[in-house]
Ligand binder design. Structure first.
Ligand code: NAD
Ligand code: UDP
Length: 323
């Protein structure tokens, strides 16, 4: 194997830290860039002593000068409560961050992968969602800072490809869960597990009939690496996610039963623009990358519940009050 110099922005976050683990284990020189908005050093503390791992505290809305072969751009708050806390900053992270990193990729002739999202489909009218679907996003709603920021970043990636022949990859990531989710990120899996373990009520937003499809982190990271290492004539965008769809009510019941909790399921107001259904069509990922998820929900949840049992919540700082 040829050792490559690889930057992972957002590398201290949930997905980024697992990706850093894999790349460091493969022997690459890994540079993790993070401003620690929605993460803490604990996620990558075990990598700090390694000779092929480096950490830079940096905000990607500002330029960065590094010499690299590959860039994975994962830096962006991903949970609705946190990305809505400072929506203007969220938009800057997606757009200015993409411009800064695409500039680096162009200068270094590096390959660059963007962590895009199923949110580019908004509240989808087509089900399941193929990459050809152009989406149903409310451009002025509370989720727009994230959805439109990610859409603009995709535009920038394809413009850099057309103008500069930059070697790009775009992954549209669907809901992913697993160990190292921030316990106060406010996302559904972390919320339900934290609530179930502490015997608190389980907060179902709306009537719980909305659907999501949950992918285990190991599968997702495998997909990101398959895309980065895949053929140069395949840039995506490509959906990465697990097509097993379920209602939020079903997820709540599964978590409560697996934890063995006495928590009650209660209904809370449904946030504005909350998508009613979401399920990836992964035909393209299967055909072009030979990738599909392998981990069953129960197995992934078991690992995640074990992680939440192990951690001490007092050691975690809530990124914003919105969780
Ligand atoms: P996360 O919040 O755990 O990780 C994001 C990381 O980016 C954090 O470490 C945060 O501190 C860092 N960050 C935020 N703004 C930054 C900035 N301006 N400069 C430098 N670092 C910054 O979230 P995650 O779930 O690991 O998501 C990683 C990426 O994948 C995000 O871009 C997200 O939009 C995308 N994504 C995730 C999911 C999912 O279900 N986990 C789904 C779709 C897309
Ligand atoms: N949700 C919920 N209770 C919670 C957190 C989220 O019922 O405590 C719902 C939320 O309304 C949405 C789904 O779970 O319908 C997934 O929410 P999450 O924030 O994890 O991700 P996203 O909405 O971005 O898919």
């Amino acid at each position: 194997m040829k050792v490559r110099r690889i930057v992972v922005t957002g590398g201290a976050g949930f997905l980024g830290s697992h990706l850093c683990d894999r790349l460091v284990a493969q022997g690459h020189d890994v540079i993790c860039v993070d401003n620690f908005f929605t993460s803490q050093k604990v996620n990558i503390a075990h990598l700090l002593g390694k000779p092929n791992f480096e950490l830079i505290r940096h905000d990607i809305t500002h330029p960065l000068w590094l010499e690299v072969d590959e860039i994975y751009n994962l830096a962006c708050p991903a949970a609705p409560g946190h990305y809505q806390y400072n929506p203007i900053k969220t938009m800057k992270t997606s757009v200015l961050g993409a411009i800064n990193l695409l500039g680096m990729a162009r200068r270094c002739r590096a390959k660059i992968l963007q962590a895009s999202t199923s949110e580019v489909y908004g509240d989808p009218e087509i089900h399941p969602q193929p990459e050809s679907y152009r989406g149903n996003v409310n451009p002025i709603g509370p989720r727009a800072c994230y959805d439109e920021g990610k859409r603009a970043a995709e535009t920038l990636f394809f413009d850099y490809q057309r103008m500069n022949k930059t070697n790009i990859r775009v992954a549209r990531i669907f809901n992913t869960y697993g160990p190292r989710m921030h316990p106060f990120d406010g996302r559904v899996v972390s919320n339900f597990i934290r609530q179930a373990l502490s015997g608190q009520d389980i907060s179902i937003f709306g009537d719980g009939s909305q659907t999501r499809s949950f992918c285990y982190v190991d599968d997702l990271v495998e997909g990101l690496m398959a895309l980065m290492n895949g053929p140069d004539d395949f840039s995506g965008p490509v959906n990465l996610g697990n097509p097993t769809e379920m209602t939020i009510q079903h997820l709540a019941e599964t978590v409560v039963q697996m934890v063995g909790s006495k928590s009650k399921l209660i209904s809370r107001p449904l946030p504005a623009d909350d998508p009613t259904q979401r399920k990836p069509d992964i035909t393209l990922a299967k055909a072009k990358l030979g990738w599909e998820p392998k981990v069953r929900l129960e197995d992934g949840l078991r690992q995640t519940i074990e992680y939440f049992r192990r951690i001490d919540l007092d050691h975690f700082r809530a990124p914003t009050p919105n969780y």
